[in-house]
Design a binder for this molecule. Structure first.
Ligand code: 4G3
Length: 237
């Protein structure tokens, strides 16, 4: 059975672009994943669908209320028998990494919750198995972070990318940045392609690429290099 991603949001229509994008759209059409959007507003107490209120203690802005969110998460859980982690997208969460994306892709079900306004009632956090942040910046809502999670997870579902792309993920999720790539023409406005790539010597090409990936990582993202030292040994061979 295809994995299922539920999204709880006040702006379900915002997800159209991602769900209709070429790769995620095809995965949905081929039923390799199911994405179900639930509008939190449907769980508000009145006809308006009010889901926020003024903060106790005063202060600016509005806060998402407990009752609509609790009932919504409970209802969404009941839509499918399979269990799965409830994940809140918040700036206070653990940082999203490829490793956490891989963990999420291993679940048959994910329930993503998008916060809004100035935040949510602190008690809503008790619904979450995990809080995730896509980076140290504030957005107007959790929708874009949820779309980032959907895109990153769906591309890891077997069959979603071609076999070659899948293999690529294996080697470069080892923690190195990608090596430089080139295509025709061999010379463009005086910019040339490294000779080794035209040599046909596949062992030498592999060695060059590994060295480039390592060097690029050292220059741009030295923080990633601890995990990549194993790759260094391969280049030294
Ligand atoms: C909850 C996530 C939600 C509390 C959400 C703001 C950035 C991220 C929100 C709150 C978000 C992120 C909605 N902004 N970095 N905004 O992943 O203060």
């Amino acid at each position: 059975m295809a994995p299922r991603i539920d999204v709880i949001t006040l702006f379900p229509e915002a997800f159209r672009s991602v769900l209709e994008s070429s790769i995620v759209g095809r995965a949905l059409r081929e039923a390799r994943v199911e994405v179900v959007l639930t509008n939190l507003r449907d769980f508000g107490p009145d006809k308006r669908g009010t889901v926020d209120d003024k903060p106790f203690g005063g202060g600016p802005g509005m806060v998402l209320m407990c009752d609509p969110m609790f009932r919504c998460v409970e209802a969404v859980k009941a839509l499918d028998a399979r269990p799965g982690p409830v994940i809140l997208l918040t700036p206070q969460g653990e940082r999203l990494t490829q490793g956490r994306v891989r963990d999420m892709a291993g679940h048959e079900r994910l329930i993503l919750v998008c916060g809004h306004y100035e935040g949510f009632d602190e008690r809503i956090r008790t619904l979450a198995d995990l809080e995730l942040s896509i980076g140290d910046f504030i957005l107007t809502g959790g929708e874009l972070p949820a779309m980032v999670v959907i895109d990153a997870v769906v591309r890891l579902i077997p069959g979603v990318l071609g076999a070659e792309d899948g293999a690529e993920e294996e080697s470069f999720s080892a923690g190195l940045l990608e090596y430089p790539q080139y295509t025709r023409p061999r010379e463009f406005r005086g910019l040339t392609v490294p000779e080794v790539l035209l040599s046909g010597n596949h062992a030498e090409i592999a060695r060059w690429r590994a060295g480039q990936a390592l060097e690029r990582t050292r220059r741009r993202r030295a923080d990633l290099l601890d995990r990549a030292s194993a790759a260094e040994a391969a280049v030294d061979e």
